[in-house]
Design a protein around this ligand. Structure first.
Ligand SMILES: [Zn+2]
Length: 65
């Protein structure tokens, strides 16, 4: 699935928005767990990769190298 081919620094949309009302998350750490930061309020969340993949809806912005 191309649309789930995420990388560090990409901005993604999740199936559920953050309670602050923003649904833009930047991936700030990749590993067994994925850490992402809400672009609205700056709150960061860590999810196991499997759970992240399930909850992620689409990639909004690909990070350019
Ligand atoms: Zn937020």
């Amino acid at each position: 699935m191309e649309k789930k081919d995420f990388n560090l620094h990409d901005v993604v949309e999740m199936k559920k928005p953050h309670p602050c009302g923003t649904n833009r998350w930047r991936i700030i750490r990749m590993g067994m767990d994925i850490r992402m930061k809400c672009e609205g309020c700056g709150h960061s969340v860590m999810l196991p990769r499997r759970e992240f993949t399930r909850k992620m809806k689409k990639i909004l912005e690909k990070h350019e190298e």
